[in-house]
Design a binder for this molecule. Structure first.
Ligand SMILES: *Cc1c(COP(=O)(O)O)cnc(C)c1O
Ligand SMILES: [Zn+2]
Length: 432
């Protein structure tokens, strides 16, 4: 592996890696922890330059992908990996809003993100663009499923060697959706936190670029684009309230950073946005800390159908807690049964089929509205981060069945009558 010359690019607007805890600064290498205090490292930018050089117009004239925000991303080269990631629809969700008792609800729909139908394509596009600059030829990740899909697909596009690590009990759609790109896939007998621990050792010995370990500071910046896009799609305004799922907590904290940066460089007006987080009860270390008023997060052993967000020891948990508290938001958890209801509710009201993480977000949204923690008048954005076709086993058995009929009109008519009777019975049950 050769470390390239682009370590500290002069023309770029990103400046250093800085420890979130003690503020120590480091060169822009493949490293993620502070040598002085073991705090996480984060990319810093020259906001004065950004304020002078970036306008709404320069952004709008850029590509129809996350790379329209390139000056806010930690990549020096013009030659980024652009597979059309980002600029997913922001859908005004009127039918869901009415069902929940809200007035202005939007769905940010990363279930249709490119190329692998989850928000992870954002972080991986950035991480692999940077990995190439830093001279890595083999890229890797510790994944709960979606990250493996993204890393394998985008590495294939960029011609990088790829070896991914997943827990061995993942959904079939996520395993297949990785294997198809022909990476090396290690299915580890253990949960995500055990996979991650193994990967930290491999990263130290093999010198590979692990997108969410040694490349994590670059990777995580990709999530800021979920903040930028919502601001731009709302007509260069920030919403009042956002609801997003929490696994490691990274996505949540980076949407916040994205909003703050746009305020800082004058692309949107200053405004306080409330941040609410969603977890599955079977893996809710951040929600528990929130509920108990704790400053620290106690690791848990995950047990939930929401595997993509089943991280028992969340690296950015404390920062997510801090943001929810200081923005007057909230963090809540829901049961697996509520997650399935959430998936169905979004599908039948908005025509969007999300995976278990999205079901978690919708179920928490509902719970927060019912608890009076989201004001009906607030412009609220719910982040849907993954696609339902990847977690079909979660809803199998809860969605009814097709009516099998003969290829004859009278067979169709009898079946239709039967289904209408069943519908009426359903309604009678609701009414009693
Ligand atoms: C990874 C993932 C998340 C959350 O990721 P963070 O670790 O909190 O950044 C949310 N939704 C889906 C579908 C994911 O795959
Ligand atoms: Zn430090």
């Amino acid at each position: 592996m050769t470390q390239a010359k682009t370590l500290n690019p002069t023309a770029a607007t990103f400046k250093a890696l800085k420890c979130k805890e003690c503020g120590a600064e480091y060169e822009l290498a493949a490293s993620h922890v502070c040598e002085a205090c073991f705090g996480p490292l984060e990319v810093t930018y020259d906001y004065n330059t950004l304020r002078r050089s970036v306008t709404r117009e320069t952004i709008q004239s850029g590509p129809n992908s996350i790379w329209r925000y390139r000056s806010f991303l930690p990549v020096a080269t013009e030659n980024v990996i652009d597979v059309g990631t980002g600029m997913t629809p922001l859908v005004q969700a009127n039918r869901l809003a009415r069902r929940l008792g809200l007035k202005k609800l939007y769905i940010k729909n990363d279930a249709v993100n490119m190329p692998t139908l989850s928000f992870k394509d954002r972080v991986v596009s950035v991480a692999l663009s940077r990995a190439r600059e830093l001279g890595f030829s083999t890229v890797s990740c510790a994944s709960t499923g979606n990250l493996a899909n993204s890393t394998a697909a985008i590495a294939a596009h960029a011609g990088l060697d790829c070896c991914v690590f997943i827990p061995s009990d993942l959904e079939a759609g996520k395993v297949l959706g990785t294997l198809i790109y022909s990476p090396t896939v290690m299915a580890v007998q253990g949960n995500y936190d055990q996979v991650n621990r193994l990967c930290c050792e491999v990263a130290n010995t093999y010198g590979w670029g692990f997108v969410n370990i040694n490349l994590r500071p670059y990777y995580s910046e990709g999530s800021k684009t979920l903040g930028y896009e919502v601001a731009e799609q709302l007509g260069w305004q920030l919403p009042d309230h956002i609801v997003a799922p929490l696994a490691s907590g990274s996505l949540f904290t980076k949407i916040y950073k994205g909003f703050q940066e746009f305020i800082q460089v004058g692309l949107v007006e200053d405004k306080s946005v409330r941040f609410s987080g969603a977890q599955a009860e079977g893996c809710s270390p951040i929600a528990q800390a929130y509920k108990e008023g704790r400053e620290f997060v106690k690791p848990v052993k995950p047990n939930t159908i929401a595997k993509s967000i089943a991280i028992g020891n969340p690296a950015d948990g404390i920062y997510a807690l801090e943001i929810a508290r200081k923005t007057n938001g909230s963090i809540a958890s829901v049961t697996d049964a509520e997650i399935i209801e959430g998936i169905k509710l979004l599908a039948e009201t908005e025509g969007i089929f999300t995976e278990t993480a999205g079901g978690t977000t919708i179920a928490v949204l509902k719970k927060l509205v019912e608890a009076g923690k989201i004001d009906p008048d607030e412009t609220t954005v719910a982040y849907i981060t993954g696609n339902g076709l990847k977690t079909q086993e979660a809803v199998q058995g809860y969605i009814g069945e097709p009516l099998t009929i003969e290829a004859k009109l009278d067979s169709f008519e009898r079946a239709l009558e039967r289904s209408r009777t069943l519908e009426r019975l359903d309604w009678q049950q609701v009414l009693v």
